[in-house]
Design a binder for this molecule. Structure first.
Ligand SMILES: C[S@@+](CC[C@H](N)C(=O)[O-])C[C@H]1O[C@@H](n2cnc3c(N)ncnc32)[C@H](O)[C@@H]1O
Length: 234
């Protein structure tokens, strides 16, 4: 794992990680989360309060798993799945109804006030400039639109801490290495979680970016958080 990388170096490394693990990404995600990942994504979709005909952006969509969840739950949403990794999107192209767009979260190719809702799954801890990504997300959301974020978060110390540590630093790299053939990626992922903001810190960053009605809830022994936020008056 590359500790403490930032900026362009981080962006390059993240692209390489997802390029190499793309074919096995969904399988490993299910395995690492014991299958709960899908339930959390359903929770994200519920919190997004999507209405018929809303325009939705799944940003950092990867294989489009979250976008597909939106499509399963709602009748006529117009969902776009965007990611900067061509390989991740290719790995997810089983459902041709889903429009994929290759895009960098730091410079989105969408006009201001385009989407009723932006959702993201495990994107934010991977971006090289969080403030820039949040500002871009804010820009493309319509007024009163929502942003719902699923990501890992630093858990406080609790009775499960030693087990969580072993799971993240031993089991995930071991299994990830065997399944994907790229162990370093599965050392990067837990480390990037530990280096990411706490749930309270991310809440603060969302407010700084201009969002209102910001809140979050923790899941999975405090290791996962879902944040929600609204674009209010500007
Ligand atoms: C951990 S995966 C999550 C995939 C999917 N959202 C999910 O929930 O399973 C993170 C994704 O974010 C993408 N990503 C990271 N930085 C990005 C950026 N700056 N712009 C667009 N996508 C980015 C990666 O390519 C990768 O597909």
């Amino acid at each position: 794992m590359k500790n403490g990388i930032s900026g362009f170096e981080k962006e390059k490394y993240v692209k390489e990680v997802f390029r190499r693990i793309a074919p096995k990404y969904d399988f490993m995600n299910r395995l690492m989360t014991g299958g709960f990942d899908h339930r959390w994504k359903e929770e994200v979709v519920k919190l997004a309060q999507i209405q018929d005909n809303d325009r939705i952006l799944d940003l950092g969509a990867g294989t489009g798993d979250l976008a597909k969840t939106v499509n399963h739950v709602h009748q006529n949403p117009r969902v776009v799945a965007a990611d900067f990794s061509f390989e991740m999107m290719s790995a997810g192209r089983t459902n041709m109804e889903l429009p994929f767009v290759q895009a960098d979260a730091l410079s989105l190719p969408f006009a201001d006030d385009t989407f009723n809702c932006v959702v993201s799954g495990y994107l934010l801890r991977n971006v090289s400039h969080l403030d820039q990504a949040l500002s871009e997300i804010f820009r493309v959301i319509k007024r009163d639109g929502r942003f719902v974020v699923l990501d890992t978060t630093k858990p406080g110390r609790n009775i499960f801490s030693p087990f969580i540590w072993v799971h993240m630093h031993w089991i995930i790299p071991l299994i990830g290495g065997i399944v994907s053939g790229f162990r370093a990626a599965y050392e990067y992922l837990p480390n990037s979680s530990e280096q990411f903001l706490s749930a309270e810190e991310l809440e603060e960053q969302l407010k700084i970016a201009g969002f209102v009605s910001v809140g979050f809830r923790r899941l999975m022994f405090g290791t996962i958080a879902i944040h929600w936020a609204k674009k209010g008056e500007i």
